[in-house]
Design a protein around this ligand. Structure first.
Ligand code: PEP
Ligand code: MG
Length: 559
């Protein structure tokens, strides 16, 4: 028996089955310099490959948003124009395509935002389809699976997912990829356990070998012994029973045994996540990260483009929808806007600071939000607020937008709630004053933790220090909840901490009104809340808030 640890637990769950390694056909470009009289022929070949790629993607795009994004990429002229320029400069079509793909991907991969980095895999996927047409190779047909297997691959592309018969797939193991990749997202929505980042595993695994994949602990066993197999069969059965129970509770509210109601909301990055939120029984959206819309575009999206997306989101959800205004800068860049290099980007020109300076960009978004709010229960949330003035300035611009829409005679919602993310120490310290003016608070523990502990949230060397269970962070959270309740406003949380099973009892005890998290975590948190008593959690929270070290906190919370 061999045991391996994965770098990434991309989708939870346990799988047992025979290994099925997948190998992709060689799609490396044949490189050749061309003469001027060959240019047209190469361009024609390339355009034909693009045309066929679009034809293949069109029906897929109607079924699945991931392929919709691929179709957009295949139709994006910047990619095709880039390739044609290279052909014009004397490279054959295959070479030009490979080079253009690498340039686009390395641009995406150099961005600090994990979500955008992962989009490089999508670009590769689209270009691979084009390359297969250019080279005239049939992509290797995916296995006609007849028994339950665990798939092994170097990397799985979203398009591969459409070719696999998932009735027989118990688990997936890949050598590369990250938790925010589309493959991971799709697998999570299908509840298939996935391990990623097991470098070199394809050289170690043989077809048909028995394997166990533990997506909860991030462990893979090759050729497990009888005892381990038995142990995992039992674990798997227990998990199946729990999952069934969770599903049955999908429509039940998150109420503690003594009647305290917590609202469970979803964090989303776009329309496709809204569908997931509905499926997982979210009671609303607590954080719509609108910056993805800007990051996926090739220029600042127009008012009309944004209006249509927000309106569609509200109509799909039919529940409260909190849209955060553009939170750009820091770790999030825009491909079409050059930010000046800053010494400390996380302490720099970002989020509301950027928006209050770039008034036209901000007002375009605010107008789109006001118009979309006529079609659903939309609330506006400003990020990175450090002062009452910032909130007032943002709302003043919102008033200007209302006036301008009125003059244009456009339909919009006049009375719209505006709240803030509490994610800076300044906002915590000013919480009482802010609470008197805003309609709601949502605590952003991802940033709040980094600012309170002065520990960059992306710095691998600081992962031990960057811990929301630090007493200072917890006391800040408690202070914000108290201040919000004193002023009679709702206090939610949309940082990752809100979906952390170790934190939920504490948050209930502190009196948080709303937890917003990635949709797939909602069921487990709902189950957890329905099994605890708020009154007991209050006592627990008192003890936790008196603790002075992370260790004490974790002991009290049994983490
Ligand atoms: C946060 O900071 O907690 C948050 C939810 O926002 P983001 O992770 O997008 O910065
Ligand atoms: Mg934040």
């Amino acid at each position: 028996m061999q045991e391996f640890r994965a770098a990434q637990k991309a989708s939870k769950g346990i799988a047992l089955g025979k290994a099925y390694p997948i190998r992709h056909p060689d799609l490396t470009a044949e490189k050749r310099e061309i003469r001027e009289n060959e240019t047209e022929r190469e361009k024609r070949a390339f355009r034909q490959a693009v045309k066929r790629t679009r034809e293949v993607l069109r029906p897929l795009a109607r079924e699945n948003a991931v392929f919709g994004a691929h179709l957009d990429m295949a139709e994006d002229e910047t990619l095709t124009e880039g390739v044609e320029r290279k052909i014009h400069d004397g490279k054959n079509a295959q070479w030009a395509l490979e080079e253009q793909m690498e340039e686009t991907c390395s641009m995406l991969e150099s961005l600090e935002d994990a979500y955008l980095q992962e989009r490089a895999a999508d670009v590769r996927d689209v270009c691979r389809r084009m390359m297969a047409f250019l080279k005239g190779v049939e992509e290797e047909p995916f296995p006609q699976l007849k028994e339950e297997v665990v798939l092994f691959a170097k990397e799985l592309h979203p398009s591969d997912m459409a070719k696999i018969d998932f009735r027989y797939v118990r688990g997936i193991v890949t050598e590369t990829g990250g938790t925010t990749s589309h493959v991971a997202i799709l697998a999570r929505s299908m509840e298939i356990p996935v391990l990623m980042g097991l470098e070199g595993i394809l050289t170690k695994v043989g077809k048909g070998q028995m394997t166990i994949l533990d997506g909860n602990e991030g462990v893979l066993f090759l050729l497990p012994d009888e005892k381990t197999q038995q142990e995992y069969l039992e674990k798997q059965e227990a998990e199946g029973i729990l999952r069934q129970k969770l599903k049955e509770m999908n429509r039940l509210p998150a109420v503690t045994t003594d009647g305290c109601r917590i609202h469970l909301y979803a964090n989303v990055g776009g329309l496709k996540d809204i569908e997931q939120a509905v499926k997982h029984g979210a009671e609303g959206v607590g954080l719509f990260r609108s910056e993805f819309l800007y990051m996926e575009s090739s220029r600042f999206p127009t008012e009309q483009e944004q209006f249509e997306i927000y309106k569609k989101a509200a109509e799909l959800l039919k529940k409260p929808l909190t849209i955060r205004t553009l939170d750009i800068g820091g770790d999030k860049a825009l491909p079409y806007y050059k930010f000046e290099k800053e010494e400390n980007p996380f302490l720099g020109w970002r989020a509301i600071r950027f928006c209050l300076d770039m008034r036209d960009v901000f007002k375009t978004q605010l107008k789109a939000l006001l118009r979309a709010a006529a079609y659903g229960d939309i609330r506006i949330m400003y990020p990175m607020i450090v002062s009452v003035e910032e909130f007032r300035k943002a709302n003043q611009l919102l008033e200007e937008c209302k006036q301008e829409l009125k003059e244009r005679g456009v339909l919009f919602r006049e009375s719209i709630q505006t709240g803030i993310m509490v994610e800076t120490p300044a906002a915590v310290l000013m919480a009482e004053e802010l609470a008197k003016e805003v309609d709601f608070f949502s605590i952003g523990t991802n940033d709040l933790t980094q600012y309170i502990l002065a520990a960059d949230r992306g710095n691998q060397k600081l992962t031990k220090l960057y811990d929301p269970f630090h007493p200072a962070v917890l006391r800040a959270v408690a202070q914000v909840i108290r201040a919000g309740h004193k002023a009679g406003i709702e206090v939610g949380m949309c940082g990752e901490f809100a979906g952390d099973e170790g934190a939920v009892p504490l948050l209930v005890g502190m009196g948080l009104d709303e937890c917003s998290m990635v949709s797939s975590e909602i069921a487990a948190v709902r189950y957890q809340i329905r099994g605890i008593a708020a009154e007991q959690m209050k006592h627990l929270a008192d003890r936790v808030l008196a603790a002075v070290t992370v260790k004490e906190v974790k002991q009290l919370l049994k983490r």
